[in-house]
Design a protein around this ligand. Structure first.
Ligand code: SF4
Length: 519
């Protein structure tokens, strides 16, 4: 049985239509702290935000969807303690193949963390952001967190500093955050109603006392809203993360969206609950399910107004390193770093960023040209489709089907192509051999897509994909994703109009839970 019926205090589910209507009533972003212009959204570019905001987001892979194709981030796990308990979190869990917040393989001192940042920055010139995201709460470990920022600001001043907090201690540290030039803060806000919150948070620790139930949730939400207001008043960009928990806060997240938008949040990131019994979390053990791919997308779409949704979050580990969607943390263990020669080369890093800017402009130009063609298609009979893409980054179709550990999902219709999410999968191809079981899970993960774009694909998976109704397409290998998606769409509409094919909508898809079978 799904958990929708398990919580008598939660209001009955609204139908999606009502949800959409409610969401439509509260368009408007409050991000007016920089230059007075409401400029929101991870998919925006320099044309639709102030220069100050663009400067902050242009090479931040989490705050800019475009940037996430080019720039990497790293987390350092210097904050072990936490001041609240969430029913979806278990910080004792560690699995090298698992990607989930709160999971780490190695905890670091601030000095070890600073050394690791330099080692990564000298090896990966596209690493532009250092975040502290746990495994506990950075602000429940303020000395370690701010010491780490202090060391990095001295040795690698071009790296953006970022932190991610549950918000309970946030109001006490806003001035310190500002003094360290941290201009990106993420707050995890799963509710603004304590009635809902009591089912997510069994306790909090506040003012030397443990609080439970509704009291705990009330204190938490008040502190989160206060902290958010204080940050945005200072011009610090705030992203709000919310975990979508079906039957508990899924419908309520529309209210959360409204509340954070009105307080100036820059971006809202609604993520699926990751919940499996082997994680040892309360939700994992009591069978609480996560949302399906289409449930998540419907909620994100419903909340998307002038404040865009972040849809490219990978729910990273607290010690993640690399581009979003890849994890190179195993290359940078303390033992390996001790043996590395670290040369921090600011010039190479700057040059790399210039090349990326040129690439970004080329991608935008390619998309624009294709978009002009698309405008001739009128409404394309209301056709809309999802396309899964195997990519290693740089905005191109450049990954082999068998090597993909995730697929990026683009929605295409007469308005254009838009990134709407990603799906983690097990590697189909291990050591050159196809694994039938993992192919089944890949198909389930992209089952709502009409096509999958790949740089290359073998004969067997191709046939199975076709049988499942998903068109395997390799003719756009190494071309820009959005341009290719629009070209495919126009071709598809042409075939529908000629009566060669009939357009049918696809079903739902799975969001992967649990650790990878192979990584
Ligand atoms: S968890 Fe999401 S927001 Fe944080 S670094 Fe990963 S992608 Fe960015």
């Amino acid at each position: 049985m799904h958990a929708e019926t398990n919580h008598p205090n939660i209001q009955p589910l609204l139908p999606l239509d009502a949800l959409l209507q409610k969401a439509a009533e509260h368009k408007g972003c409050g991000t007016s702290s920089e230059g007075g212009k409401a400029s929101c959204g991870s998919s925006g570019g320099p044309d639709n935000m102030t220069p100050e905001v663009w400067e902050k987001v242009k090479n931040h892979p989490c705050y800019s969807e475009e940037a996430h194709h080019h720039y990497a981030r790293m987390h350092v796990a210097v904050a072990p303690a936490c001041n609240i308990q969430c029913n979806y979190c278990n910080r004792k869990y560690d699995c090298a193949n698992e990607s989930r917040p709160g999971v780490v393989s190695e905890k670091l001192t601030p000095e070890q963390a600073a050394k690791k940042v330099l080692a990564v920055a000298s090896t990966i010139p596209q690493m532009t952001v250092l975040g502290i995201a746990g495994p506990g709460d950075p602000l429940a470990n303020p000395d370690k967190t701010f010491k780490t920022f202090e060391l990095i600001a001295k040795t690698a001043p071009d790296i953006k500093l970022c932190l991610s907090t549950n918000g309970l201690a946030l109001p006490d540290h806003v001035d310190t955050i500002q003094s360290f030039n941290v201009d990106h803060v993420t707050i995890t806000i799963n509710m603004v109603d304590p009635e809902v919150g009591q089912h997510i948070y069994p306790w909090i620790y506040y003012q030397k006392k443990r609080w439970t139930g509704i009291d705990a949730a009330r204190i938490l939400t008040e502190r989160q809203m206060q902290g958010l207001e204080m940050l945005t008043a200072r011009g610090i960009l705030c992203k709000v993360n919310s975990v979508m928990i079906p039957g508990i806060n899924d419908r309520h997240l529309v209210e959360v969206n409204r509340a954070v938008k009105s307080r100036g949040a820059f971006l809202h990131n609604i993520m699926p609950l990751i919940s499996a019994p082997e994680h040892g979390t309360v939700f994992g053990l009591n069978g609480q399910r996560g949302p399906t791919a289409q449930e998540l997308k419907a909620l994100q779409d419903a909340c998307e107004g002038e404040m865009n949704m972040m849809r490219h979050c990978r729910q990273c580990r607290a010690d993640a390193v690399g581009l979003l969607g890849e994890d190179r943390s195993a290359e940078f263990t303390t033992e390996k770093i001790d043996q590395m020669e670290v040369v921090y080369d600011a010039t190479t890093r700057r040059e790399y960023q210039q090349v990326v800017e040129q690439e970004r402009q080329a991608t935008v130009a390619a998309k624009k040209a294709e978009q002009e063609q698309l405008s001739q298609l009128a409404d394309a009979e209301g056709i809309s489709m999802l396309i899964a893409v195997a990519t290693k980054g740089h905005g191109k179709v450049n990954e082999h089907f068998g090597h993909a550990t995730e697929f990026q999902i683009y929605e295409v219709n007469a308005k254009g192509a838009k990134f709407v999410g990603h799906r983690r999968v097990d590697l189909y191809c291990q050591g050159g051999y196809g694994e039938e079981d993992s192919l089944v899970t890949v198909i389930r993960a992209i089952n709502d897509c009409h096509a999958v774009f790949v740089a290359k694909i073998g004969g067997c998976p191709k046939d199975d994909l076709k049988k499942a109704g998903i068109d395997p397409v390799d003719k756009y290998a190494h071309q820009y994703i959005e341009q290719s998606a629009i070209a495919y769409f126009m071709d598809y509409v042409g075939k529908v109009r000629a009566g060669e094919i009939t357009h049918q909508s696809r079903g739902d898809a799975d969001i992967r839970q649990g650790a990878y079978i192979a990584a």
